[in-house]
Design a protein around this ligand. Structure first.
Ligand code: KIV
Ligand code: ZN
Length: 503
């Protein structure tokens, strides 16, 4: 009989650990709500001991999302477990996910613990977690580089202590599929009590094998896959949710498996995570890249015209890719805008809707025809919940050959207008320096990228930047048909996020 594979989403925990990603509470709630629409089984909402903001986000998500399991991470330390339990008080299906390393390299070099000590630590952590919830997941960090027999002993101890889910992480993305399959088989054969728990896998993508290893694990009996939207996560990231989902969906007969995911929400979830994290998706990325369903070669186009199945294994509309040619313009009213928003899957209300409609009107004045990608860019920008401590009022740029670029920027702070003027190495540099002269914040530009949202010379430019402030990397984004304006907005957005402490 076909088996259900549980999807454990770690976008808000491992995903949020990726460098430069700092989501605030409202943004985390938005992503959690979208994950709920996508119908993942478990939302790993955070690591509550790591920050007040994480704790708050978990509490908020637990209050709002009642039909999903909400998991939180806790080291195998009493304090972590207690805070995790506290953060989940309002969750209707709470999961404490506690972990301890199992590989000798981690034990010797990092934790200075013997294997016997690890068994004791894990046992205590699981028992303590069980005081807060019946569903406790235990992860043996760096499992794939651990001694297999020790790993089995450790899993037996945690099962006896009350763990209901055993997670086998490939923490450093080292495993190759055949070896991972052998490890899973070994665990099934040698851990007593394994038949009473769910075996989960959590693969990182350092060698580009996270998804392959996850699928291999499913074929060898794993029932839960831990993954993240767009594959974001530590270093090279985690197994990408959309790839895992669509492999299982496309090859369900061969895998004899299915998920409960609502795959028509995939594209929307991916776009939301992309815009809130600022992590750009490569155009050739499987499933969600903008070229994933484009056919360039003449022979492919010819085949597609005759029968889509010649070169298309997934119907783009099945994952929510819209191909509407409908264009709105400056004469389109609120009704048409709202209708199109709904068709694109956005349910904006109140202030967010007003802001988005104003932006739409402003853009339509400048650009004329507004297509779906423009609308998505507007909405994704408006839904970022960043308080506007610094408000851009105006800017003027002087730039060209044989002149030093100069920027004059007006920013309102607490109702008072401040002006900054600076020259720089190009208009963007001059603008950022002018802003610095007003905010007086010590920040360093770490990354800057620009992407055209739609086609044509008047396409919206979407700028994403990362600044470093007090050792923390913070992302900012801005959109405009004018790339300098988009850059200024992105910089101010990042400053506002620093002011907000990303809380
Ligand atoms: O990669 C890893 O090992 C983890 C654990 C905490 C599960 O993220
Ligand atoms: Zn991980």
């Amino acid at each position: 009989m076909s088996k259900k594979i549980y999807v454990f989403d770690t976008t808000l925990r491992d995903g949020e650990q990726a460098p430069g990603i700092h989501l605030n509470v409202k943004e985390k709630v938005k992503i959690a709500e979208q994950l709920s629409r996508l119908n993942v089984d478990v939302i790993e909402a955070g690591f509550p001991i790591s920050s007040k903001s994480d704790f708050k986000a978990v509490k908020e998500i637990s209050k709002r999302i009642k039909d999903k399991s909400i998991a939180v991470l806790a080291r195998a330390i009493a304090k972590d477990v207690d805070i995790a339990g506290e953060s989940l008080k309002d969750a209707s299906q709470p999961v404490i996910h506690t972990f301890m390393s199992s590989s000798d390299i981690h034990l010797k070099s990092q934790f200075k613990k013997s294997r016997e000590e690890v068994l004791e630590i894990a046992k205590e952590a699981v028992k303590r977690s069980r005081k807060y919830t019946d569903i406790v997941e235990f992860s043996a960090m760096d499992a794939t580089r651990s001694d297999w027999d020790f790993l089995c002993r450790l899993f037996e101890v945690v099962i006896k202590s009350g763990a209901k889910v055993l997670n086998i992480p490939d923490t450093v993305g080292y495993a190759i599929p055949s070896e991972f399959a052998n490890l899973i088989d070994y665990i099934f054969e040698n851990v007593s009590g394994i038949e009473n728990v769910i075996v989960s896998v959590h693969c990182h993508d350092d060698l580009g094998l996270a998804v392959a290893n996850s699928i291999m694990a499913i074929e060898h009996g794993a029932r839960q896959v831990e993954c993240s939207v767009n594959g974001i996560g530590e270093r090279a990231g985690n197994a990408s949710l959309e790839e895992v989902a669509m492999i299982i969906d496309t090859r369900k007969k061969d895998l004899d498996a299915y998920t409960g995911l609502n795959i028509s929400e995939i594209m929307k979830t991916s776009s939301l995570v992309k815009s809130l994290t600022g992590y750009i998706v490569a155009p050739n990325k499987a499933i969600i890249g903008k070229n994933a369903f484009m056919h360039e070669a003449g022979i492919h186009q010819d085949g597609m015209l005759k029968d889509r199945a010649t070169y298309e294994i997934i119907k783009p509309e099945s994952i929510g890719v819209t191909s509407s040619k409908l264009v709105l313009g400056k004469h389109s009213g609120r009704h048409a805008f709202v209708k199109r928003l709904k068709e694109l899957g956005f349910n904006l209300e109140g202030e967010n809707l007003e802001k988005a409609f104003d932006r739409f009107k402003g853009l339509a004045e400048k650009k004329g025809a507004i297509n779906d990608n423009d609308i998505k860019a507007i909405v994704e920008n408006e839904i970022r919940d960043v308080s506007g401590y610094f408000k851009l009022k105006y800017y003027q740029i002087l730039s060209g050959t044989n002149v030093t670029s100069t920027a004059t920027i007006g920013i309102e702070i607490d109702g008072k207008l401040h002006q900054g003027v600076s020259y720089g190495d190009g208009p963007v540099d001059a603008s950022f320096k002018a802003i610095d002269s007003i905010t007086k914040m010590k920040v360093k530009l770490v990354d800057y990228s620009i992407e055209a949202v739609s086609e044509g010379k008047d396409a919206i430019g979407s700028v994403k930047i990362i600044i470093s402030a007090d050792g923390m990397d913070v992302m900012g984004s801005g959109i405009s048909t004018d790339v300098i304006e988009a850059s200024i907005k992105a910089y101010i957005d990042a400053m506002n996020r620093v002011m907000q402490g990303c809380a």
